[in-house]
Design a binder for this molecule. Structure first.
Ligand code: GUN
Ligand code: ZN
Length: 462
């Protein structure tokens, strides 16, 4: 009945609990955590243990991890363009602004067709769940029907999500832009209403106001969206200071604003419910402003390297007191995997360290914290998800690493890409997973207690 699990709670330390057991109530919340279950109860006399638990056991299921497996909090992807998924891995030699024109706008425009949207959105939700993403902050497109469909699919598949209809009323192609400020507001309202009607208590999906970024929105549009943010209480997500060309445009388009962050601030879009993607090149004054407004940052390392945008400094953001999570930023980022984003976060931090010193380096624990607890804070769900604690929701993944069987060393089986030889400490196993693992190691995924994905080889254990 019991197995080892690993979790991180209030600190960035991994909490390793090799003989623990977790109870999950039918409501989807964690009802008990036993840190030290007697070894003799392992896969044996569960009845006695259940009796000892008494009422705590009633109405709860106990989740099983077998030898070599551990539970880990589900990943939070704080920035992903669901509509761009078909282009994941396709970006040539572009940098941001020409990449938008060449690859991104034509693809997003195709979501006027609902059948196209259905095909892509069904796959991106299935794919991210398979990678252990239990919560995603999605940018959709400007289309109301397609954006609403994405929210429907999230609810159907059981993924927690923030779903945003993209607003862009200027400097965008004729074939793909909001025709007016009024249209941007009207269509944003329509999506907010749909998502709220779909999930009135916001238990799984919530709407998020999504001005694409300052260059593609006029000042009146940004202001109107700021008012909508205030009026509806819906979250806001956008991009900031990703790339030099983009920043030059912002300086030219908004000459009266002190800096990029002030453009959003002056429009009422920099609040505790704002997620800013990238933040690669923020000045010290901007970091102070973001901190003062309690806005959050989504660090997107794979994208920042792929589009040669730059190296964001997580340590610097943390030192400024800013809350940071991870984003895959598909398809500026090539992978929908948050584990890949965590791996890239650690590598980028080491590139920074080569010129700026060891202080910049992030650890295994720190990037996995960004992927879970940090992300939960970015989307305002830290009381519910991102760690294992009684009363929190069971948003989790069961991770399995393949142990090299004696006498079978030359044989590659179905165990996935991580080879464990048996001598590794738990922290070392987790590090091996971070550096070499992929979705083959994510054996099963739960959101709010519901099993939302499992690997084919898990069939017999359900
Ligand atoms: N800035 C404006 N739009 C986008 C986008 O779609 N992706 C990224 N990475 N940056 C942007
Ligand atoms: Zn983005």
């Amino acid at each position: 009945y019991v197995g080892p699990f690993v979790f991180s709670e209030s600190s960035t330390e991994l909490d390793v609990c090799p003989h623990g057991a977790i109870g999950v109530a039918t409501t989807g919340t964690i009802s008990f955590i036993d840190r030290d279950v007697p070894a003799e109860l392992n896969n044996a006399d569960g009845a006695r243990w259940k009796a000892e638990k008494g009422t705590e056991w009633e109405d709860a299921r106990m989740l099983v991890a077998e030898e070599g497996e551990f539970f880990f909090p589900g990943f939070v992807d704080t920035h992903i363009h669901a509509s761009q998924y078909p282009n994941a891995g396709i970006f040539g030699k572009s940098t941001l602004m020409d990449w938008l024109d060449t690859y991104t706008f034509p693809l997003e425009a195709s979501f006027a067709d609902l059948a196209t949207a259905r095909r892509v959105y069904a796959r991106v939700v299935a794919r991210t769940l398979a990678h252990g993403t239990t919560t995603a902050a999605y940018h959709a497109t400007i289309h109301v029907a397609a954006t609403n469909l994405l929210a429907d699919i999230c609810v159907e598949r059981g993924q927690r999500a923030l779903v945003g209809r993209v607003c862009m009323d200027t400097l965008s192609p004729e074939y793909y832009r909001d025709e007016s400020v009024e249209a941007a507001v009207r269509d944003s309202r329509a999506c907010i209403a749909h998502v709220r009607q779909l999930d009135p208590r916001g238990e799984l999906v919530t709407p998020v106001i999504t001005p694409r970024f300052a260059p593609s929105c006029t000042t009146p549009c940004l202001r109107a969206l700021g008012e909508l943010h205030q009026e509806t209480g819906a979250w806001c997500q956008t991009h900031i200071s990703e790339n030099a060309g983009e920043m030059a445009m912002v300086r030219e388009l908004f000459p009266d604003s002190a800096d990029y962050a002030s453009v959003y601030d002056e429009a009422g879009l920099l609040t505790p419910k704002t997620i800013l993607a990238h933040a690669v090149h923020l000045s010290e004054a901007e970091r102070k402003l973001v901190k003062r407004r309690k806005a959050k940052v989504s660090h997107c390392p794979a994208s920042n390297t792929a589009l040669t945008s730059g190296c964001a400094r997580v340590r610097e953001l943390w030192d400024a007191g800013i809350t940071v999570g991870l984003g895959t930023d598909v398809s500026g980022g090539y992978s929908a995997s948050v584990l890949e984003a965590a791996r890239q976060a650690i590598m980028v931090s080491r590139h920074v360290a080569m010129t700026e010193g060891d202080g910049a380096k992030l650890s295994t624990e720190e990037v996995l914290y960004l992927a879970t607890r940090g992300g939960a804070k970015v989307v305002g769900l830290e009381d519910k998800i991102g760690a294992f604690k009684v009363g929190m929701q069971w948003d989790a993944q069961l991770v399995g690493l393949g142990e090299v069987a004696k006498g079978e060393e030359g044989k590659i089986g179905e165990d996935g890409p991580v080879d464990v030889f048996g001598w590794e400490q738990w922290e070392e196993r987790v590090a091996k997973w971070l550096y070499n693992g992929d979705d083959r190691n994510t054996k099963a995924v739960w959101v709010k207690g519901r099993l939302v994905h499992y690997r084919p080889e898990m069939e017999h254990r359900n």
